[in-house]
Design a protein around this ligand. Structure first.
Ligand code: HSE
Length: 299
């Protein structure tokens, strides 16, 4: 009557696809243990790895609220106890709040004998995102739930597409030891976009998908350009341009901000390059005294 579930970290936006593109990595991620209880309600017994920073009230926690919304939807009053192991940094741009919500809602659905299909769990995980940053974006929760590279073709109605990626494609993620709050990183964005930038961005969105599916590495690289969001958010990341240049110098196809930052990610065609790219990016942060963590994963 208990289950342990892992949900992976994700890179949202993938340069040009603000709120519509995201991919999952192998690690890091979050782990949750969900246990049936005879007492009604959802109780968080422990959170490990968050340095005491996450709320333990179920309705204020992304995993807790996702599970509560799910139980309400299926009209279940099953009592539950949760233990959450945060195995990734908070406020990092790696979809930490999303991974917890996905792990939670996947776990309860399994524990109750799978009343809902996996894809239909998405709206409940999105409630976790709404709680975490005020917007129910799906570009972290969808890839964390489905795996691989995901497109949110539409939010209303929800339309999720999983895209084929080249057999060999590696993500480098460098997480500098600074924090950016997603809510703040969304507030600084402009509500209006020029026609000129819209056209450039649409070209890159189409090019990135075509590049992934053909596959065509050079096209992937050429399309990893964001003229709308990145120029505004770059100011939140010290040494942004230098770190990006360091990635490109080391042979990355492209480099941008992971989700709302401060993590930066790059894509490379093989693992040795992805590692070299990571080392170069870390060195650029290090040159101004900023330590960082490096993750390399196939996608
Ligand atoms: N698309 C979201 C944003 C992802 O960029 O604000 C947040 O991780």
């Amino acid at each position: 009557d208990s289950i342990k579930v892992f949900a992976p970290a994700t890179v949202a936006n993938v340069a040009c696809g603000f709120d519509i593109f995201g991919f999952a990595v192998d690690s890091p991620g979050d782990e949750i243990i969900v246990r049936k209880s005879n007492l009604p309600g959802v109780r968080i017994k422990a959170i490990v790895g968050d340095e005491g920073r996450l709320p333990k009230e179920a309705e204020r926690n992304t995993a807790g609220i996702a599970i509560q919304t799910y139980l309400k939807h299926i009209e279940s009053d099953q009592g539950l106890e949760l233990i959450l192991h945060k195995k990734m940094p908070l406020g990092s741009g790696l979809g930490s709040s999303a991974a917890s919500a996905v792990a939670g809602v996947f776990a309860i659905n399994e524990l109750l004998g799978r009343p809902l299909k996996q894809i239909d769990l998405l709206p409940f995980a999105m409630e976790g995102e709404r709680l975490a940053c005020g917007s129910a974006h799906a570009d972290n929760v969808a890839p964390s739930l489905m795996g691989g590279f995901v497109v949110i073709r539409s939010y209303n109605p929800l339309d999720i597409i999983t895209i084929n990626t080249p057999a060999q494609l590696f993500a480098t993620i460098v997480h500098p030891e600074i924090e950016v709050n997603t809510k703040d990183a969304r507030h600084i964005l402009k509500n209006e976009v020029s026609m000129k930038n819209t056209i450039i961005q649409m070209g890159n969105v189409a090019g990135l998908i075509a590049g992934l599916m053909k596959p065509d590495y050079d096209l992937i690289g050429r399309s990893m350009v964001d003229v709308i969001i990145e120029p505004i958010r770059a100011i939140l990341i010290p040494e942004f341009s230098e770190v990006k240049q360091a990635a490109l110098d080391a042979g990355a196809l492209g480099c941008s901000i992971s989700g709302s930052g401060p993590s930066m990610f790059a894509l490379s065609r093989d693992q040795p390059t992805a590692l070299r790219v990571g080392n170069n990016m870390q060195a650029a942060f290090h040159s101004v005294g900023i330590g960082s963590e490096l993750y390399v994963s196939g996608i």
